[in-house]
Design a protein around this ligand. Structure first.
Ligand SMILES: [Zn+2]
Length: 312
C-alpha cells in the first residue's frame, strides 16, 4: 500500500507518494496559482496527484489515503479549507472535489501540524511518542504530537503556539493580539530587529555588510564576522525564541522539541545557545530535560506528515 501526501504552500503545491514506512518514493510539484478560484487550484492538485500515481503505476486500490496539509483555517471533519490568507480558498470542499475523481479517503490538516507529524513519523522526533515542532518562518507555526498523533483540540484549531503572548501589550500581531511570540521569534521579526540595529548602528560591521536585502541570515553572518551588534541581535532573538519554548516545556513537557523553518539552517549557532537559555529558565532542573533538536526533513516534513494523516 501507498500513502499520498500533499503540501500546499503559497508558492507551490508538492505531492509525494510514500511506502508504508513513509519513505517518499516519488514526488513532484506545481506552482500554486494563488489568485485562481479555489476549485481551479484543487483541479491542478488533482492533476498532480494523478501524475504522481501514474509515475509509480499506482491504482486507486493501492492508495490507503490522500492527506493534505494546507495553510489557514480548515474543517478537518468536513474536509474543507475554510479560508487561507494567501491562497484563494473560500470554503473550498477539497475532499469532495478530489473524491469526485479519485476514490480514496482524503484527510486535511494544518500545514504546521503536518510538518510536526512528518518529523514524528520519520524525522528528528521519530524516537519519541510526545513531541512539539516549532517552525520559525514568516510566522511561528507549531504542532503538538501526543502519542504520535496531532493534538488538535475540540475544534481542530489547537497548536497555535505562535499566538501565545510573551510581551504584554507588545508588537501588534496579525491575529489581533499584541505581543504574540510570533511577532518576536519569526524570521519576519528577526529581520525587523536586524533592520533596527542597522539603523541605530550605521558604522557597525552588520550595517556595512548588508548587500541588498536584509534577511534572516544577515545578523547571524555578522555574528560570524565578530560584529558585536550582530551578535547582540542574535542573542536577543534567541532569548525571544527561548521564552516561548520554556512555556511549551512547562505546559506540555514533551520528550522532544524540533525546530524547523529557514532559521533552523543556522544549526548549532541557533540550537546551542537556545538550549543554554532554555535550561536556565526551565521550571526546576529536571533529571531528564526535554531534548531540543533541529528538524531534519526540511520541506518533505509537510508531505510525509500529510501522508501520515491516514494512519488509523
Ligand atoms: Zn498573534
Amino acid at each position: 500500500m501507498y500513502y499520498i501526501g500533499i503540501d500546499i504552500g503559497g508558492m507551490s503545491v508538492a505531492c509525494g507518494i510514500t511506502d508504508e514506512k513513509f519513505n517518499i518514493i516519488y514526488k513532484d510539484s506545481v506552482p500554486t496559482e494563488a489568485k485562481k478560484p479555489g476549485e481551479e487550484i484543487v483541479a491542478d492538485i488533482i492533476g498532480l496527484v494523478k501524475k504522481v500515481m501514474d509515475k509509480v503505476n499506482a491504482k486507486e486500490a493501492d492508495i490507503k489515503s490522500i492527506g493534505i496539509g494546507a495553510p489557514g483555517m480548515l474543517d478537518r471533519k468536513k474536509g474543507v479549507i475554510v479560508r487561507s490568507s494567501n491562497i484563494n480558498f473560500r470554503n473550498t470542499e477539497i475532499r469532495k472535489l478530489i473524491n469526485e475523481q479519485i476514490n480514496v479517503p482524503v484527510y486535511v490538516d494544518n500545514d504546521a501540524n503536518c510538518a510536526a507529524l512528518g518529523e514524528a513519523v520519520s524525522g528528528s522526533t521519530k524516537a519519541v511518542d510526545n513531541s512539539v515542532m516549532i517552525t520559525l518562518g514568516t510566522g511561528v507555526g507549531g504542532g503538538v504530537i501526543l502519542n504520535k498523533k496531532i493534538y488538535s483540540g475540540f475544534n481542530g484549531h489547537a497548536g497555535e503556539l505562535g499566538h501565545t503572548v510573551i510581551v504584554y501589550d507588545g508588537e501588534p500581531c496579525g491575529c489581533g493580539r499584541k505581543g504574540c511570540w510570533e511577532t518576536y521569534a519569526s524570521v519576519t521579526a528577526l529581520i525587523r530587529q536586524t533592520k533596527k540595529a542597522i539603523e541605530e548602528n550605521p558604522d557597525s560591521i552588520l550595517a556595512k555588510s548588508v548587500d541588498g536585502e536584509v534577511n534572516g541570515k544577515t545578523a547571524f553572518d555578522a555574528m560570524r564576522n565578530n560584529c558585536p551588534v550582530g551578535t547582540e541581535v542574535v542573542k536577543q532573538y534567541i532569548k525571544y525564541v527561548a521564552v516561548g519554548i520554556v512555556d511549551i516545556i512547562n505546559i506540555l513537557m514533551p520528550e522532544m522539541i524540533a525546530i524547523g523553518g529557514g532559521i533552523s539552517k543556522e544549526g548549532d549557532a541557533l540550537i546551542k545557545p537556545l538550549i543554554e537559555e532554555v535550561t536556565i529558565n526551565m521550571y526546576k532542573k529536571m533529571a531528564v530535560p526535554t531534548k531540543i533538536v533541529t528538524a531534519t526533513l526540511g520541506n518533505d516534513a509537510g508531505i510525509i506528515g500529510a501522508a501520515a494523516l491516514g494512519v488509523d
